[in-house]
Design a protein around this ligand. Structure first.
Ligand code: F0G
Length: 398
């Protein structure tokens, strides 16, 4: 049997509880029965639910849109960009709604539906909103999503609208939206589907399980990923810990969490030895990670410490350069995703990652999520208008 456990005071709650935080204030974790971990069979099922035993062994009547099973891609030009021979990309943009959020959403929306939730809700920089909208629609449940009016990519916002979410444009940032939606959840008006919800973390662990399985359970030396609200950082550390406890791997990769310089409270705390989280007013072109007060800070700290990991910040220029490389290599990804490659390149330059090391970068969202960013980053490749054959042949011979 799985339970919900408070990592702060140790309190235990029934897994069927819809609480996401303990009375003491800490976010709850899902804790699985150790016996379940030893009974894993990953050759049955597919995607996220291939790992049911490590995610939600009691799951039934699952709300799924066939999430997970994303490719691990190798790219010669991107290996050169980072200065690494063994670098691959886990492309989470290949999920049903175009981001990794779908992995957590299939688990958390299935749980919410079973628990009889009436109204699902999230605050979002865009991708969570798009994903929740799709899974709520599939579950035939209503949902409300809150997204910053000024800094949400249109691709994401239009997805939420298309899937029928009640879409609220916030005259404020993500952090303000997070406070509003948590207050509504604490009053019992909505069920929270942000990554504060422990079942979201369970689903997102499968990014790591897939990387390990695709590599024949031979862990890479590094896993590098963009970090905003820190749900993935929390999930990746938990996944590695459990994979080791289940005897699937015998050593842990080091985690590298990459923030945008204008939204880097986690990187700043890392530099200070994780003394405390000091929230910031966030600003970056990578709007997905434009977050100043990450909710999963405490559990992300545990992940970094347990894996001898690092946290760093890269500026918008470095993110744009990495995006230019990712896009022109044919993979393509939204700006926040490309912070992973920018971070890997920086860690190779400063000697933290050795050139002979193996690394996996996680690309978190699809290229088409943020069309404005594509036009801005690739301005030198703006389309040319022609009116007839003469102009076209002049262009082709220039
Ligand atoms: N990359 C993308 C494309 C994202 O959308 C997010 C988060 C992250 C990285 C950061 O992941 O929060 O687990 O550290 N997007 C959230 C949202 C906040 O609302 O869509 P994290």
């Amino acid at each position: 049997m799985s339970v919900l456990r408070c990592p702060g005071c140790g309190a235990e709650l029934d897994a069927d509880s819809t609480a996401y935080a303990c009375a003491c204030g800490e976010l709850l974790d899902v804790e699985h029965d150790a016996a379940e971990l030893s009974r894993v069979n990953f050759e049955k099922g597919s995607g996220v639910w291939r790992f049911r035993a490590l995610v939600d062994p009691a799951a039934r009547e699952v709300v799924s849109l066939a999430e997970g099973d994303t490719p691990l891609l190798y790219s010669e030009p991107l290996a050169r960009f980072a200065g690494l021979d063994d670098l691959s990309f886990k492309h989470e943009g290949r999920n049903p709604t175009g981001s990794f959020k779908d992995r957590g959403m299939t688990v958390a929306v299935s749980r919410a539906k079973l628990a009889g939730a009436k109204l699902l809700a999230c605050a979002s920089t865009g991708n969570t909103a798009a994903s929740l909208a799709a899974y709520a629609a599939a579950a035939e449940l209503p949902c409300v999503v809150l997204a910053p009016e000024k800094a949400t990519a249109l691709g994401k916002l239009s997805q939420a609208i298309a899937h029928g979410a009640r879409t609220v444009l916030l005259r404020g940032d993500f952090d303000a939206g997070m406070k509003l939606v948590r207050a509504a959840a604490d009053e019992g008006r909505v069920t929270l589907l942000n990554s504060a919800n422990p079942w979201r973390i369970e689903g997102q662990k499968t990014i790591v399980f897939e990387i390990l399985r695709e590599r024949g359970w031979d862990p890479p030396d590094w896993i590098v990923f963009p970090a905003g609200n820190l749900g993935n950082c929390a999930a990746f550390g938990k996944a590695l810990h459990e994979a080791r406890d289940a005897g699937l791997i015998d050593r842990l990769p080091r985690l590298a969490a990459v923030q945008a310089a204008g939204a880097a409270p986690f990187a700043a705390a890392f530099e200070r030895g994780f003394d405390e989280l000091r929230p910031v007013q966030a600003e970056t072109m990578a709007t997905a990670i434009r977050i100043g007060a990450p909710v999963s800070y405490a559990r992300a700290v545990r992940s970094i410490r347990a894996t001898n990991g690092v946290v760093l910040a890269v500026d918008d220029e470095a993110i744009a350069a990495a995006k230019r490389a990712v896009d022109t290599a044919g993979l393509g990804a939204e700006p926040a995703s490309c912070a992973s490659l920018a971070g890997a390149a920086r860690l190779v330059t400063d000697g933290t990652i050795e050139r002979g090391a193996s690394a996996v970068c996680v690309l978190t969202g699809h290229l088409l999520k943020d069309a404005d960013a594509n036009l801005a980053v690739h301005a030198e490749n703006a389309p040319i208008a022609v009116t007839g054959a003469d102009e076209l042949s002049a262009m082709l011979s220039s």
